[in-house]
Design a protein around this ligand. Structure first.
Ligand SMILES: [Zn+2]
Ligand SMILES: [Zn+2]
Length: 299
């Protein structure tokens, strides 16, 4: 794990009065210890009426969330909490974040054929043989072009989108975190065309592009994907976006999520696309999103 940027004391970086945070990890993820009720309480306190719990599901025995929890336990915990909090100002959806890779494509299909979620994020993380592993990334980068460096990541993203299995593709461009500090945001900003095949695949698949604010807590200080990529997605014909803080701690609940909303509004989207079980819904993006705080909207 890359070191988190220190939170600025005294400044409330957690969003308020936004309609949805659709990416949250509770103590049913191996890398979080937050009980679900804490997120629910934060949501009520901050005027966020809907949240999705999206704990990790991994498919490689070497990955941390492989059989970390049982589906039945996760479902019961989230559904019970949803009942407890119903009528108190927050609706809780039962989701999951599945780690996708072509290596275990069949297992992902099997899991989703057997289990029902309200909402499913498909994410490409650093997989055990990936060249982005901390011990290998430096030598992998040496002598390769940016295109060659990004290729393994985008190949998996494109494959994930084309499965049609996921409501949403999570934190596109998180690869930037694995490449830091050898490849910087400035290096990547010069070649944003390299993301286009992935954006096209997402558009063609009908999947939703997540604008994940967790990147604002890491060096590079940008959403995944960046505002410029969100704008490019729209230009290419992308119609579906959603937001998530990807919180793994109480303090990162909805953290900097106003930025995700601002990028979406600035790109011209008027609504989020989200799934509530049987129903795919559109949720209006607040008009008063503070876009004045956005640093770089367009290239
Ligand atoms: Zn993730
Ligand atoms: Zn996550």
């Amino acid at each position: 794990m890359t070191a988190n940027l220190p939170e600025q004391p005294g400044i409330d970086q957690q969003a308020r009065n936004v309609p949805l945070d659709a990416h949250l990890h509770t103590d049913q993820s191996p890398d979080s210890s937050v009980p679900i009720d804490l997120y629910a309480a934060e949501a009520v306190e901050r005027g966020i009426p809907e949240i999705a719990i999206t704990d990790h599901v991994d498919f490689d025995p070497r990955d941390p969330a492989y059989r970390y929890t049982r589906y039945e336990d996760r479902e019961r915990t989230v559904r019970d909490a949803a009942e407890r909090w119903a009528g108190r100002g927050v609706t809780i959806r039962f989701g999951a974040e599945l780690t996708y890779n072509r290596l275990w494509d069949a297992d992902v299909r099997d899991h989703l054929a057997k289990h029902r979620y309200d909402y499913v994020i498909g994410s490409v993380h650093d997989w055990p043989e990936s060249p982005y592993w901390e011990s290998r990334v430096r030598s992998f980068i040496a002598g390769r072009t940016l295109e060659e460096i990004l290729e393994p990541y985008y190949t998996e993203i494109i494959a994930a989108a084309r499965t049609g299995l996921f409501d949403t593709i999570g934190h596109l461009d998180v690869v930037r975190r694995y490449l830091y500090p050898y490849i910087t945001t400035a290096d990547l900003a010069k070649r944003e065309d390299l993301q286009e095949p992935a954006l096209q695949a997402i558009i063609e698949s009908g999947a939703v592009l997540e604008v994940n604010s967790s990147g604002l807590r890491y060096p590079g200080n940008e959403t995944y994907p960046s505002a410029a990529v969100v704008a490019r997605y729209r230009e290419l014909g992308g119609e579906r976006v959603v937001v998530g803080s990807d919180a793994h701690s109480r303090g990162s609940f909805a953290a900097r999520l106003d930025r995700s909303y601002a990028h979406i509004a600035a790109a011209g989207f008027e609504a989020l696309t989200f799934r509530r079980g049987e129903q795919r819904v559109r949720i209006g993006v607040p008009r008063d999103t503070p876009i004045s705080t956005v640093d770089a909207l367009h290239t």
